[in-house]
Design a protein around this ligand. Sequence first.
Ligand code: NAP
Length: 564
Amino acid sequence: MPHVITQSCCNDASCVFACPVNCIHPSPDEPEFATSEMLYIDPVACVDCGACVSACPVGAISAASKLDSRQLPFIEINASYYPKRPAEVKLPPTSKLAPVIPAAEVHARRHPLTVAIVGSGPAALYAADELLVQPRVHVNVFEKLPTPYGLIRTGVAPDHPDTKRVATLFDRVARHDRFRFYLNVEIGKHLTHTDLLAHHHAVLYAVGASHDRRLDIEGMGLPGTGTATELVAWINGHPAFADLPVDLGRERVVIIGNGNVALDVARMLTTDPAELARTDISDHALQALRRSAVREVVIAARRGPAHSAFTLPELVGLTAACAVVLNPDDHQRVLDDLATASARLTKAKLEILSTLGDASDATARPRIQLAYQLTPERVLGQARATGVEFSVTGTDERRRLDAGLVLTSIGYRAKRLRDLPFAEPAAVVPNDGGRVIDPDTRQVVPGAYVAGWIKRGPTGFIGTNKSCSLQTVQALVADFNAGKLTDPVSKPAELNSLVAARQPQAIDAAGWRAIDAAEILRGRDEGRPRNKFTDVADMIAAAAAARQTPPLRRRLLTRLRALG
Ligand code: NAP
């Protein structure tokens, strides 16, 4: 039986490189890789060796014979990527990606390559991983929160633990002896770009897109309105969103936009809290969901079913886990689109949509309604949101939906960074393959690089960042080898003194491990993978425990446990 890639595929292509027979596609050097929703194993070429299973950081691959019933659709999803052909016809080998050339010691006394990475999400840690493969390269990672890993911790839905498993890979990177964490240190506040360049050859910004796109219609901003990305951060215990006012006191929530974030939020709002209680969801969100009166979440898209922004694996996961319905008009739209669709993925999504239940049928549990052709015109309500008025896209017809909570889910958006150029409307740092470009002179800004969403915009999956970061690291190392990067003027030890002077509460890798251990301990008695701290002061206290003598440390841990 061949192996099969399932829903939690992170697209980082580790499996592609591990596969001895090149049966996993698209590979990073194939054009479809950039936009592919997942990777696929060719059932004809697979030799069933299991190398991909060990390489996959998120446990997304298993033998077809070991899939559970909810994963069975992935056998056909994998196979349908490849043309039907006889077993003896194998795909031609491809080159995969060129490795990073080693950082040469151009001059015998030259300072070994030292790189500052700003941000600690997937793009940052994949870049660190690539750099540390080389001898003598040093990497310092700066993160404004006391905890690392960006959206792995604060963005991935709590009921997707497999996706979060990539953090184990990042923990391994962070244990490297030439890697240092400077957590709870904000670049632009505690240190500047110039400070970093004085201590490093290069600064690689992998800060993601921390804001969201806003919908400029009347009524947005009223109590009872917000964004799905804020709600995700609240659910995941991001300290900046712990006090977000989330009113789940009415029957219906409307989400505008139908990307994967909208699906994540709808799933969280309709899943039995008893199930969520076994995840690392924040305590405040779990309590609020236990009291929730929400019975229906409507996900409203402005276009038709064939243009749904969610991906096929996430749709498969949603329909397996939740009650999902369509109204009769939308059922008809699905059938009309199905009659004309030709793209493989679109057809597969439409086929699943065509099997969904009818919105007029009552469901015992809270449900999700996927709605189409609805352009948001205004939020209804005076003192607070009471619903949304839509136009049926392309017509003058109006539709109103009552709702106690109205969330927009129309994409993330990066914030302008101090000291770096910024390109609108894409909201990215202008760059050429990761080298930052000054838009006025079209010249490279020496020593400045970008990777991840700040480089290419908020698209793709966790693993998409691996090849994105690799490209940037290749450019950075080539520049170092060509003598284009200036040696740091300060000694490595001076960086620690500078950080300590500017941010006495900086947290290092040992501090993070102490926070991690304390959270896991707090969750253990409740049968949860962890119970997260949501207050920065508690995180700092937990990190401080790592620096205490054993008896005091024990007392502190006991206190922290009591806090939970
Ligand atoms: P997204 O996939 O870009 O979806 C944005 C949605 O907003 C689309 O439905 C879009 O509709 C709609 N929209 C945009 N402007 C609008 C407007 N003015 N009025 C009404 N609707 C509007 O964004 P996302 O869901 O935030 O996801 C961001 C990225 O993270 C994606 O690459 C996603 O796949 C990824 N992600 C992945 C996972 C996962 O793999 N599990 C989970 C979460 C996020 P149109 O198509 O009509 O423009």
